[in-house]
Design a protein. Sequence first.
Length: 574
Amino acid sequence: MTALSARTAITSGRVTLVNVRQRSLLTARLRVLWVVAVFALVALAAVVRIIYLGLFQEAPTNRSLSEALLPPRGEIADRNGVPLARAFPAYALWFNPEALDDGGSPLIKTPEEVARELVRIFPDMDVKTLAARLATGRPGYLRRRLLPEEANRVQAIGEIALEIPQETERFYPQGSMASHVLGYVSADGHGKVGMEEVLDKQLSDPAHRGQAAVLSIDTRVQGALEDELQKGMLATNAVGAAGIILDVDTGEVLALASLPAFDPNKIDGAGAKNMFNRVTNQVYELGSTFKPLTVAAAIDAGVVTDLSRRYQANRPIEIGGFRIRDSHTIGASINVPEALIHSSNIVTAQIADQLGGKALKRTMSDLGMNERPYIELPARGFPIWPKGEWPRLRTMTVSYGHGIAVTPLHLASAYAAMVNGGIWRPATLHKIEPGHAPRGRRVFKASTSAKMNQLLRMIVSYGTGRKADAPGFRIGGKTGSAEKPGAGGYRRTSLISTFAAAFPMDRPRYVIVAMLDEPQGTAASSFQRTAAWNAAPIVGKVVPRVGPLLGVMPDETRDVDLTDVLPLVKGGKQ
């Protein structure tokens, strides 16, 4: 090969190599472009889909995810965040006789054998009753709320008809505490009776389920009130009891108890009988607890201007064939402080007679006594309210708590207005943030309220309320013992004993009402049935327990200034 031919071959080989490289580079570039184009199309499709969903459809994915993470029903908590009601997943035991679907017996074993195996798991069940239930072939619950280990043992029995569905269970961690406030949730998932019913829509709404519904109740205060009421009820063999603690400046209910209570975790026949709320739904003649309200109305109207003025007290008042008398003769004549201290019907009736039916009725109306009590609970009793003009006899009897029937909540709200400076506010079970209390309406002058605070404190220091006194807490209040009405008149052997009080009286912050239904004279009450011996001591025990929890510390160096009224009663003190 010549030199020229060699050079030509080398040149040709180089050209071929360059062409191959160019083709390979072009192919690689085309492949990259195809990949980029595919990714661009995918991204464009995704963007178009996102825009479409945003413009034309709701976004169910996020909402369903959030709903799945939330409890099926919102939580209820007390004012301090303590849970009162919450929902959680639970197991149940359901009998499904159609599970085998072979037209034969729904059970592999006999009903008696299955019943015995179930009773080994649940010892509180009865073999005979359970076997009869299985033999009927009727579907339904055999048991609610199974523990996971119990569910596993049921499955180990090997009966297909015994199903273990997972359900949502409403749980009340405090048991029967505040049961009349809370109510319960029925099998259909809706709230009944208490705040469960009132807040049913809110608690079921996914938009609110993540936040607890906060009540005004304080579980510590509620527990103390229920405990002392229960002790007082058992000690006197009373058929029931009721109590309430109210913030006088906001109307917030710190505790509300009606006994006997029920367990919202287990609604049975006994629990259903106890659902009636004695605080908000039952109306009573509350007797002498009305006397301070009558005196306050008379002072406010200018009818009583001199507390030292004396009224005859040793002769019954006869009017319209009716005799108004006292339980015992207090004296030939007594003044207003002495009348309250010794609870004189005769003197209170004379004061009301001077005040007049129109003025007394207006005051009671301003205190809400003519309407259902103001609170969120669905069960609210309507008062027995005398209609039309009040004649003399009606005015006199209402003045000491007869001829008018209201709930203990009515009384608590009225006392709050009497001691807080004269402003009536509706009671509430919702927690109120500082500075957001309702304005309310003025019923008494501030000066009248201040005078009544002195008189209420005197009743506890020197009168029928002495057994409610607790050192350092400056309690003031009034007893009331009224016979229950019955067929043919009042039943002298059946009393409603009530003590309505406030503390501390040098700056009232809380009202407390304790009531016993038909207490008996027992050794614990010195064989007495009146409020001075049974309801008043309950308040005297509750206040020292709840006062420090509410920021009221005992201080025996402080008290209400009684220097201008004390000389009026020293001579007549018993």
